[in-house]
Design a protein around this ligand. Sequence first.
Ligand code: NQM
Length: 372
Amino acid sequence: MQTAIPCLFMRGGTSRGPFFDEADLPADVATRDRVLLAVMGSPDRRQIDGLGGAHPLTSKVGIVRRSKTPGVDLDFLFAQLQPDRDTVDTTPNCGNMLAAVVPFALETGLAAPQGDSTTLRVLTLNTDMQCDITVRTPMTPGGRRVEYSGDARIDGVPGTSSPITINFLDTAGSVCPGLLPTGRVLDRIEVPGVGSIEATCIDNGMPMVLLRAADVGRTGYESAAGLNADTELKARIEALRLVAGPLMGLGDVTAKNYPKMCLVAPPRAGGSIATRCFIPHVCHEAIGVLAAVTVGTACVLDGSITQGVASVAGGTVKTVSVEHPSGEFSVELELDPANPQNVVRAALLRTARLIMRGEVMIPDSVWRGRQR
Ligand code: NQM
């Protein structure tokens, strides 16, 4: 026997995974996590017995419910699994999976369409952070439906889709104690066996350590595959990460998926900065959403590691174009006119798509839930 759990399999931005209504999962967290591991087929490098795609970006799960918080429509809990580990990490957020939350809620009746477009406020339970997400919901012969096709293009996803805008309302210090968790905009970090290196430790939605590619003897324009094969560099970056984690108030980060490590270099495709992000052990083919917001924020902070590297225009509403291995990611940042070092809003474009609707089957040995 197996237990069937209703599930929508969705792409959110450049990530993908199963989405659940919280009410359909076990309430007990340990049992829920066992179920999510079985859903994805982890731990197993190929995730052959589950839905995972053998990569961290396709080992993600979204859990959604109606919110009880005043002024908030939906609560979203993001779970990061890994192909070859038995961990279920609900600490950091994922701005890519976030893009599929409102479509999921509209598809499942957790929320109702409002008009030609629908804007809902979503609270991310992982980081206690709110955002407004707008999706298109045109009238069709069957009533208002989420529109998936359109002409919006995001790098890292083939083709075009309907636009989804995300407006983040408060992102500073999502997991760390603050935007600049070491208290400095630039640190010189001593790494045993490696030497000292300058870095900016920052969290405007995602805990990150930014370092100059040139300081580790790389250009910052290498391919993701090339960097994934660069075991010498990856070992040095991991040694730095293990030292930076406690400095950022994150404790021992050996088994954690953050901080993410990011090489920065001058832009070379008309953007504001070039990046190569490790999440944290695999080089991202693009860049995470909140990682891009965080890198963009560093670009507007005087004295950060991006100084002399990034090229950003003046004004209190700035578009920072973050170049990455498969294109670029534009983030619109609004700065406080009274204190231009303070980012008060971040807006960006994503797309999402419902790929499959059905039930995922859980073996009885893992969980015996309600039989349908
Ligand atoms: O930074 C990758 C992704 C992410 C997370 C990661 C993300 C974000 O591309 O908000 O979206 O950093 O593990 O989905």
